[in-house]
Design a protein. Structure first.
Length: 118
């Protein structure tokens, strides 16, 4: 969830369709176009309600302890291997690889960064 400041900047830059385009706002603020669209579509009470309840149920919450245990045991375990181990345990889990990378990075795993081709 973005800070109120970013949300207000999005709405101010768009100015009810008279300001910048969604693409220009995303580029200006360094957020995705989907994020810009999401907040432009939400009215103030909806944004306020979402801001007040940041602890929503996340898809990995029930597996967080399992994943953190693996990361503690094997600190150099890549996010790909971590995802494979999780999918071995829960084959029908629909979680993007990026979510696993974020979890691994938040636990100090440096191998979680995606490979960049130069």
């Amino acid at each position: 969830m973005k800070d109120w400041i970013v949300i207000h900047k999005i709405k101010a830059l768009h100015d009810n369709g008279n300001g910048l385009s969604i693409r220009a706002i995303a580029r200006e603020l360094g957020v995705s176009r989907n994020t810009v669209r999401k907040y432009l579509d939400m009215n103030e009470p909806a944004v306020d309600q979402q801001q007040q309840n940041p602890e929503r149920l996340k898809s990995l919450d029930q597996y967080r302890d399992y994943l953190q245990l693996w990361l503690q045991r094997y600190p150099n375990l890549s996010a790909v291997k971590l995802m494979r181990r999780l999918r071995d345990q829960v084959p029908d889990l629909a979680v993007p690889d990026r979510t696993i990378r974020r979890l691994a990075l938040n636990n100090g795993n440096t191998r979680a960064e995606p490979c960049r081709i130069k």
